[in-house]
Write a protein that binds this ligand. Structure first.
Ligand code: IPE
Ligand code: IPE
Ligand code: MG
Length: 275
């Protein structure tokens, strides 16, 4: 938080927003559905890929702002399993832009202690994209600052199916007479976000009121914030406004009073008994 104020001067237009944020009530984890690139391009009579290209600057801005705020984790939805339905040329441009972003940003990720982790079915990605991602993951793995999860070839349902399949394998490995119970904790431990707090704040740009198969399990109690701003136009003040709105919310987690902590997952829940 201090780093954000240090990066601004009192005459900067973002100063009042930054000052209004309560440093003690920051979301630990922010998730963003980065949507609206195509509409941004259409409004300018440009091809859709121009919108994707313009979508890189807000990624840079958002990552930097979260690092300055001292946010623990940022999960960005970059490509869904369903996005393969798009024209091949658009998909190929997205891979090219991702590789460009990774190459460009690596020095800044290192300088700011940012750890990058892709989440999704990575074996379905083109080989050169996977190799580049693996390099950045390896190089940033010891960084201790903000963790950026890049959801690529991601599907919330696929994530849950993969997690359940791993639990089934574990169940098959135990002796038949030993009980094997799936709990919320054991299921969560098999998700890509294992070890991270669930997102407190989910932002979607471009006004769509849907989840589009993103983090279905993890957003159980996330505060939702939808802005009409198209992703290529999203910048630091938009993020600060989302956080300010989040800080006004009364998070009750099913109880009657606001709670500073997330709903506990410690109660064993017999979701399934696998023999
Ligand atoms: C989000 O922008 C980027 C991806 C899904 C890859 P869109 O490309 O979905 O933009 P719109 O929704 O068509 O405006
Ligand atoms: C969600 O946006 C996926 C990403 C932002 C990567 P879409 O544009 O694919 O979602 P729908 O089709 O509007 O639901
Ligand atoms: Mg879209």
């Amino acid at each position: 938080m201090k780093a954000l104020l240090d990066s601004l001067t009192p005459d900067h237009p973002d100063w009042p927003l930054a000052r209004a944020i309560d440093p003690d009530r920051l979301p630990a984890h922010i998730a963003i559905i980065m949507d609206g690139n195509g509409r941004w391009a259409r409004k300018r009579s440009l091809p859709r890929v121009a919108g994707h290209k313009a979508g890189i600057d807000p990624v840079r801005d958002t990552v930097e702002c979260c690092a300055r705020l001292g946010i623990q984790a940022l999960t960005l939805y970059a490509f869904s399993v369903e996005n393969w339905k798009r024209p091949r040329s658009e998909v190929e441009t997205l891979w090219r832009l991702l590789r460009y972003y990774l190459r460009q940003e690596l020095p800044k990720l290192m300088a700011n202690g940012i750890r990058l982790r892709p989440i999704g079915r990575l074996d379905g990605l083109p080989f050169n994209v996977r190799r580049e991602l693996e390099d950045v993951v390896h190089l940033t793995s010891a960084n201790l600052g903000l963790q950026v999860n890049l959801a690529i070839n991601y599907s919330g349902r696929a994530e849950l199916v993969d997690a359940v399949n791993r639990l089934v394998k574990q169940a098959q490995a135990v002796h038949a007479d030993e009980p094997f119970e799936v709990t919320e904790d054991s299921l969560a431990a098999e998700l890509y976000t294992s070890g991270l707090p669930d997102p407190d704040l989910l932002i979607r740009t471009s006004g769509e009121m849907r989840i589009s198969n993103f983090l279905l399990w993890q957003i159980a109690y996330a505060e939702l914030y939808v802005t009409e701003t198209l992703w290529p136009d999203f910048r630091q003040p938009d993020l600060l406004r989302a956080i300010l709105e989040y800080q006004k919310r009364d998070r009750r987690f099913g109880g009657l009073t606001a709670s500073p902590t997330v709903a506990s997952r410690t109660e064993p829940l017999a979701v399934a008994r696998i023999k």
